[in-house]
Design a protein around this ligand. Structure first.
Ligand SMILES: [Zn+2]
Length: 282
């Protein structure tokens, strides 16, 4: 029997990238360096090494890392290591501002720069994109088309939650957008569609919810997805940053849930990156 496909990805946000700290142009720390100079932190090297170890433990050799241009610039060695290990490197925009905050021209410039910063390391342009904070609109999709992206994975076809997500009119399975960009939606729950395929949900709702939704989606569409962030495998407790919400600080319990999820699906599905799924299905 052919195993269903499990699309695993990591959005390479450092912990300061979440919307409360640096997710909007109006935020005080609007780039990586200004934030690091005040608060420091362990950065991405340690958590990414930990992710590689976790993947090895579960026999996972395929995943997509969505990388911001500024992260590729700050940590070229980390992205090079991931690329050398054959993980797919895709774009997570330039900084971590929602694309909907920019004009079409600014957006084009930002995403193009993110591609060239990634290309400098990987020697090839990224074919995939994920929007910071999963905020999308038609302008973004036309920019992605203009920049020759093959796919996007930013639509969460769920009910809206405090102004986020809510792109319920879109299908819950991989499909072609009107302009020919392939869309890989974020996995949602059955019956009442709510976000499910992310570590935010794993942290704040629980392992049972994520497992239930992924199992349902695998059964119905033969493909599901899950993504997490490097800061979710870190211990963030020492960093006292005003505005960092308590639910980000999960440490070890989060790690246990993540390992349990990966262990469950690594044996029951074919874990792959987006590029590989496209190569074998389209
Ligand atoms: Zn992100």
């Amino acid at each position: 029997m052919v195993k269903p496909s499990f699309l695993l990805s990591v959005d390479c946000d450092d912990w300061y990238h979440n919307g409360w700290i640096a997710g909007r142009p109006s935020c005080k720390f609007n780039n990586y360096k200004t934030f690091q100079s005040k608060y420091g932190g362990e950065g991405l090297r340690k958590p990414v090494r930990q992710i590689i170890k976790i993947f090895k433990r579960h026999g996972i050799s395929k995943a997509t890392f969505f990388v911001q241009g500024e992260i590729a610039e700050e940590y070229p060695d980390v992205i090079e290591l991931l690329n050398d290990l054959n993980f797919e490197i895709a774009s997570h925009d330039l900084l971590h501002f929602a694309p909907v905050l920019f004009s079409k021209e600014e957006l084009y410039k930002n995403i193009k720069k993110s591609c060239s910063l990634i290309r400098k390391i990987t020697k090839e342009p990224p074919i995939g994109y994920r929007a910071p904070n999963l905020m999308v609109d038609d302008t973004l999709f036309s920019v992605l088309k203009k920049l020759s992206f093959t796919y996007d994975s930013s639509i969460c076809p769920s009910l809206p939650i405090s102004g986020h997500y809510g792109n319920i009119k879109y299908p819950q399975y991989p499909h072609m957008l009107k302009n020919g960009i392939l869309e890989f939606p974020i996995t949602v729950s059955p019956f009442i569609p709510l976000p499910a395929g992310s570590a935010w949900v794993l942290r704040n709702i629980g392992l049972w919810w994520v497992k239930l939704a992924i199992k349902w989606q695998l059964k119905k569409y033969k493909v599901a997805s899950f993504f997490f962030h490097p800061y979710e495998v870190s211990n963030l407790a020492p960093y006292k940053v005003p505005g960092l919400p308590f639910h980000v600080l999960k440490g070890i319990p989060m790690l246990k849930k993540l390992e349990s999820l990966l262990s469950y699906f690594a044996s029951r599905t074919k874990l792959m990156c987006y590029r590989e799924y496209i190569e074998s299905n389209f």
